[in-house]
Design a protein around this ligand. Structure first.
Ligand code: DQA
Length: 147
C-alpha cells in the first residue's frame, strides 16, 4: 500500500520568508515544501499533498480528505492551534495519525500561544526547532504509520 501524507499549513504561513524573520527565519514556504518532498520520498511516502490556507474550513476539509484516503497528516495550524475546537474535532473525528509542528517555541512566547487545541489529538508535537520540525515530523509519521 502506498503511504500518503498531507502536509498542511494554516494562516499567515504563506508569508514565511518575510514574516517576522527573527521568529520564523528566512526560509519561504516553497523552500519548506521542497525539503518536505525530499524527506517524504526518503522515508517512504509515495504521495505528498502540500497545502496552505488562511481559512479554517479549508484546513478541516483537507483533514477529512486525508482521513478518507487513510493518509497521515503533518500540520502547522498557525494561530488556529490556539483557537480551533473545529480542528480538534476534525482530527478526532477522522482518526488521522497527525503530528503538530510549530516553527517557533510557542511556550517561550506570549501566554495565548501556550495552549493548543490540536495537541490532545496529535500523535506528537514538535515545537521550536525551526523548519526542520517538518522533516522530523515526516520521519516520525512514517514510522508510526508503518507499524
Ligand atoms: C506558529 C506559532 C503560532 O502561535 C503562530 O500563530 C503561527 C506560527 C509557528 O509555527 O511557530 O502562525 O504555528
Amino acid at each position: 500500500m502506498t503511504l500518503e501524507v498531507f502536509i498542511l499549513n494554516g494562516p499567515n504561513l504563506n508569508l514565511l520568508g518575510t514574516r517576522e524573520p527573527g521568529v520564523y527565519g528566512t526560509l519561504t514556504l516553497a523552500d519548506i515544501e521542497a525539503s518536505c518532498r525530499a524527506k517524504a520520498a526518503e522515508v517512504g511516502f509515495g504521495e505528498v499533498e502540500f497545502h496552505q490556507s488562511n481559512h479554517e474550513g479549508q484546513l478541516i476539509d483537507w483533514i477529512h480528505e486525508a482521513g478518507r484516503r487513510k493518509a497521515g497528516v503533518v500540520i502547522n495550524p498557525g494561530a488556529y492551534t490556539h483557537t480551533s475546537i473545529a480542528l480538534h474535532d476534525a482530527i478526532k473525528g477522522t482518526g488521522v495519525p497527525l503530528i503538530e509542528v510549530h516553527i517557533s517555541n510557542v511556550h517561550a512566547r506570549e501566554s495565548f500561544r501556550h495552549h493548543s487545541y490540536v495537541s490532545p489529538v496529535a500523535a506528537g508535537v514538535i515545537v521550536g526547532l525551526g523548519p526542520r520540525g517538518y522533516t522530523l515530523a515526516l520521519e516520525a509519521l512514517a514510522e508510526i504509520m508503518s507499524k
